[in-house]
Design a protein around this ligand. Structure first.
Ligand SMILES: Cc1cc2nc3c(=O)[nH]c(=O)nc-3n(C[C@H](O)[C@H](O)[C@H](O)COP(=O)(O)OP(=O)(O)OC[C@H]3O[C@@H](n4cnc5c(N)ncnc54)[C@H](O)[C@@H]3O)c2cc1C
Length: 280
């Protein structure tokens, strides 16, 4: 592996100042993806800016308005085990629990996962279904962007040179969300997803007022479908529509046709489970 300098800022402004020095200065969080690219010679950074030592950069809290803010350096394991996430965003805890294996989850961060932009990941689809926003910070200041607009394609995000992801925020839900995350792998359960389906029903009291179906890992970006005032009969149609609208990337995990079929079958299954939970 080629030599690089390791810079260790203590604050976000300090880190942003370092990242502004040029495109060969890269942020590193858990290092689980970046160091593989560096070892393979696909990236040759002059310096790495270690974000792991930023003060308070892994906090997870719920504000008075009900929004959940996860600082970017929170590890996937910290998200999965956070009391706030388990109580208010159980579907996110469920998805994070299914990322890779316990060793990776202890290192990999939520910010690194989103910034890396690998479409075959679990958290992005769930977070898009939850309407999450990302906070981006750079030497010029801070901006917020819908995650759905941040994820532009495979390994492509809206990050500008010198910017870093500093937090992800999930807005408060009107009423209550029920449902879950269904991960499908073609190999061991620790593998990256071939498809990741999030099915949610929003309840106002006992009344279903919205259904959401997000498909992650199949196309270059998550696909989100929403249906207002859903009826049981509409749920299968949502899965069918997702299968028609998705643009699957064929690879070793399956052909485009196979993945489209998966979306239809898993989408129907996940929506039926969410509906059953809503009824109970
Ligand atoms: C064996 C293995 C199995 C895996 N299985 C799964 C799986 O099942 N599901 C899944 O979702 N993922 C899986 N992953 C991916 C893993 O979740 C990612 O490697 C991880 O999320 C990247 O996070 P990190 O903190 O390690 O990022 P890093 O490796 O540190 O960085 C990744 C990229 O993002 C940039 N970066 C890092 N942090 C920031 C930031 N805050 N702002 C801007 N840019 C940043 C880096 O410069 C780099 O380009 C797997 C990885 C491995 C190695």
């Amino acid at each position: 592996m080629r030599d690089f300098d390791l810079l260790e800022p203590k604050t976000i402004p300090e880190a942003c100042g370092m990242l502004a020095a040029g495109e060969d200065v890269r942020p590193v969080s858990g290092g689980t993806a970046l160091l593989i690219l560096v070892k393979q010679g696909l990236l040759r950074p002059r310096s790495l800016v270690n974000l792991k030592k930023l003060e308070g950069a892994n906090a997870i809290r719920r504000d008075a308005g009900g929004a959940v803010r996860i600082e970017a350096m929170a590890t996937i394991h910290e998200v999965e085990t956070s009391q706030v996430v388990r109580e208010h965003l159980p579907v996110l805890a469920e998805a994070c629990h299914q990322v890779a294996n316990i060793r990776i989850r202890h290192l990999a961060t939520i910010g690194g996962n989103l910034a890396h932009g690998d479409h075959q990941s679990d958290p992005p689809g769930v977070l898009v279904a939850l309407g999450a926003e990302v906070e981006l910070s750079g030497a010029g200041g801070t901006r917020a962007l819908k995650l759905a607009d941040f994820l532009l394609g495979t390994y492509e995000t809206a990050l500008e040179p010198g910017e870093m992801v500093t937090a992800v925020t999930v807005p408060p839900v009107e009423g209550r969300l029920v449902g879950g995350y269904l991960k499908f792998t073609t190999g061991s359960s620790e593998e990256r997803p071939c498809a990741g389906i999030t099915a949610l029903v929003r309840l106002d009291g006992d009344r279903p007022v919205e259904a959401r179906l997000a498909v992650g890992a199949v196309a270059s970006r998550p696909l989100l479908l929403c249906e207002a005032d859903p009826a049981e009969a509409a749920l299968e149609a949502m899965a069918d529509r997702a299968a028609e609208e998705i643009d699957p990337i064929p690879d070793l995990r399956g052909s485009a046709e196979y993945k489209r079929h998966l979306v239809r079958v898993l989408g129907r299954r996940a929506m039926a489970a969410a509906w059953a939970e809503a009824g109970s």
